[in-house]
Write a protein that binds this ligand. Sequence first.
Ligand SMILES: Cc1cc2nc3c(=O)[nH]c(=O)nc-3n(C[C@H](O)[C@H](O)[C@H](O)COP(=O)(O)O)c2cc1C
Length: 390
Amino acid sequence: MVKLFESIAFRGVELSNRIVVSPMGMYSAVNGYVTPFHLVHYGKFAQGGAGLVFVEQTSVTRKGRITNGDPGLWEDGQIDGMRQIVHVIKSGGSKAAIQINHGGRKSSQQRAFRGNSHLTDRDIEMGEETWVPTGPSDVPFSDGFQTPIPLSKDGLVGVRDAFVATARRAMLAGFDVIELHMAHGYLLQSFLSPLANFRTDEYGGSLENRMRFPLEVTRAVRAALPSSTPLFVRISATDWIDGGWEIEDSVVFSRKLKELGVDLVDCSTGGNLRAGSTNANLGRGPGYQVPFAERIRHEADIATGAVGMIRTPDFAEKVLQDGRADLIFLARQMLYNPFWALHAAEHFGLTGNFEQWPEQYGWWLAKWGGALRAKGESLDGMERYREAAE
Ligand SMILES: Cc1cc2nc3c(=O)[nH]c(=O)nc-3n(C[C@H](O)[C@H](O)[C@H](O)COP(=O)(O)O)c2cc1C
């Protein structure tokens, strides 16, 4: 049995396979509203056969956006565009998930494709809006980044309520799964890490205190969701920096998340400081974050998602077979090949007659792919199909 293509249920939502399109910011929304680009972008994945397709990190407040191009669900008018995306994703048979986020001290920065750093005078000349971010403490992310305003107690309540309101809007848009972004140095992770949180009140200091605000948000969002709706949390399992957040903290935190009714911990790493940044880590090596998913799965007894440089169907399958994770999240591979899941099914011999492909493509592939198979030839590439037709 190929585990990658075994269905799996979280609460009332059944995924047809274990392949997930990981959340990926496209920095292309306008005032938090999604555009036709997003429909086309997510539409590709809808046809690609993944069990779950994530809509990118979506902001819970206007000033919580990482960049001017982030989508939001901070006002009701933004629901409709998201509803169309959900419709497109589901029309292909996938389930639809959304990651909700507050950028914290990493808010108001450049769109990734314009530099992925702090806003410059040139960005502002080009029309980018800038604002002073908020965070746990008045310590900037890195040189050149703005000094955040520490959130007051009322401010924390406001952010918590914004997460709840956003989750409710996501439900109205029709999403099946909600994920809280507690990774990559954004607001909720920056409360967790001793490298970003220097508060002296009950939200800073000890591990228990640093976990307090992220857990308050989790509790409030869980309470606002129907019991049939799964709640996932993405964490940075380590800061990759001595004296920072460590895997042992992640295990403790994941146990707490489980107690609060979280269904899966999606195990990323880094991003909290430049030295441990996600970009610096993206070249670390195949499956470099899988050991974190494995440890949390076993030690916190909660389902996990593995992500990071998982490229081939065989590698993904082995991670599942070895019991190291429950879902496989793929980001860059999906940009490169939105049909990754369908090709994986082909690789494992599961689409005998291309039944899993959209029927508009499948009949054609069956015709010419069948001819190639009969000759014992590879199906890679359009050239091959053309040859078969001749
Ligand atoms: C273009 C791009 C945008 C991303 N945006 C997000 C995001 O919105 N939220 C998030 O948690 N991770 C984001 N990531 C990280 C990915 O979800 C993933 O964790 C990372 O790329 C490692 O997986 P990969 O090796 O399969 O690409 C992004 C990655 C890329 C390449």
